[in-house]
Design a protein around this ligand. Structure first.
Ligand code: BGC
Length: 426
């Protein structure tokens, strides 16, 4: 890296040392304990009422996956001893995302429209709803608050499974009776049960439009549920780690937070995930222009807020670099320095993700090793080099035990859809 770029990135505290990452890991571990003990903590640690699944049912299930950008519905065939088969996938933009604003009825009507293209009558529905949602023992869930800049009024504080059932009944005259609402991280965990068995623990990790983690917890460790509470001996915990606020914030992060629809929330997510990463990078690039590390031509190319997208960053950090979106206006002579500055923002994201995983690995303890990390999300799998940075950093923060690895990273095709199906019949 050029000296000027390095100096700038150091001065602005974009580069995080391994010692800083260890501090972040330890803070998150403490926040996890607080969330298991009490409601209303920064890291919510939401019980999902999904036990470790056996994944050996023989059923056809409808899976609906409402993510941060898109919504997909599919029929999933589960058969003992065979790979789940995802057939007949229908996809649309998520209502309320991408600058669109909708009301509650429109939101659920659009989801129902997608589900109604499948033979859902008489089949269980696994509904992946990737937002902080309190799960109820009857497997419905109440949305606590929107994240990822989604704007759909009247949904917060209401039951989302019921919203979908009402909308299907409005369309079809029939009401579905078996809907399981689950987080995408929990779906990733459930999908893992179709691949790994044995005593090793598992973590569901999402690094896409948003970021979050889930893992299986012992009932007695979830002390906020009280002694003798109903529920399985082990159940998935949706951490909602995107709201963790223990990562040191730069002035760029603070300014971005102010410009969001939900200032003061999702501090870690806003430094890490795809919905925000382009804008973080854009602000840091503008800072580099201000310090003379990049020229005014670069500053002008990225003058418009939210104009730089995670996909544009991916193209730039690729080898050889490609310029797309607003970056096509960047002069050739500055591409190398721009790449260093943007690369540092991307690297910070991946290293913070590793610190988060290290906290969960420490929490699970050595007996659970090796832990299967089921990773999902466009940033993790499509940003060049991203997964490798997460893995090498995690190796440093949670070193192998002799020749035994502490973790292994898994990719499962259509993890959300498969996991939704498995959880819906577990
Ligand atoms: C949501 C989580 C979700 C994550 C990844 C966050 O914004 O709060 O519930 O798991 O995004 O999709």
């Amino acid at each position: 890296m050029s000296d000027r770029a390095r100096q700038f990135l150091e001065d602005q505290e974009i580069l995080l040392s391994n010692d800083k990452l260890r501090e972040i890991r330890d803070r998150l571990r403490a926040a996890m304990q607080a969330g298991l003990a009490r409601d209303g903590q920064t890291v919510r640690m939401i019980p999902a009422y999904v036990p470790p699944c056996r994944g050996d049912a023989e059923r056809e299930v409808i899976a609906l996956d409402a993510g941060g950008t898109n919504v997909r519905a599919a029929l999933v065939r589960l058969r003992p001893g065979q790979e789940p088969e995802v057939v007949d996938v229908h996809k649309a933009a998520l209502p309320g995302a991408n600058g669109d604003a909708v009301d509650r009825e429109t939101f659920f009507d659009r989801l129902a429209e997608l589900v109604d293209q499948l033979p859902w009558q008489g089949r269980p529905i696994g509904f992946v709803f990737s937002y902080p949602t309190r799960i109820l023992p009857d497997r419905d869930g109440i949305l606590l608050r929107w994240t990822k800049e989604v704007r759909a009024s009247g949904v917060e504080g209401t039951r989302v499974g019921e919203g979908l059932a009402d909308a299907l009944e409005r369309r079809d005259g029939t009401r579905p009776t078996n809907i399981t609402v689950l987080n995408d991280t929990v779906a990733a965990l459930a999908a893992a049960s179709t691949r790994v068995s044995g005593t090793g623990g598992a973590i569901g990790l999402i690094v896409g439009t948003g970021t979050n983690m889930a893992y299986f917890e012992q009932a007695e460790a979830i002390t906020k549920l009280g002694e003798g509470a109903d529920g399985p001996a082990q159940q998935a915990i949706n951490m909602e780690s995107g709201n963790f606020d223990g990562v040191p914030r730069t002035s760029y992060d603070a300014a971005l937070d102010e410009a969001c629809g939900d200032p003061g929330h999702q501090a870690m997510e806003k430094m890490v995930s795809g919905r925000y990463l382009g804008e973080v990078a854009r602000r840091v690039v503008r800072g580099a222009v201000g310090k003379g590390v990049l020229s005014g031509d670069v500053g002008r190319a990225v003058s418009e807020p939210w104009s730089l997208l995670a996909a544009d960053l991916s193209a730039l950090v690729e080898t050889p670099a490609r310029l797309q979106g607003v970056l096509t206006a960047v002069p050739e002579a500055e591409v190398a320095t721009l790449r260093e500055v943007v690369g540092a923002v991307v690297t910070r994201s991946a290293r913070v993700v590793a610190a988060g995983l290290a906290a969960v690995l420490d929490h699970l303890g050595l007996a659970a090793a090796p832990v299967a990390i089921v990773a999902e999300g466009t940033l993790f799998w499509q940003m060049p080099g991203y997964g490798a940075i997460v893995e090498t950093t995690l190796d440093t923060l949670a070193p192998p035990l002799g020749s035994d690895p502490r973790f292994l990273v898994l990719h499962i095709d259509d993890a959300n859809l498969v996991g939704a199906a498995v959880a819906a019949v577990s």
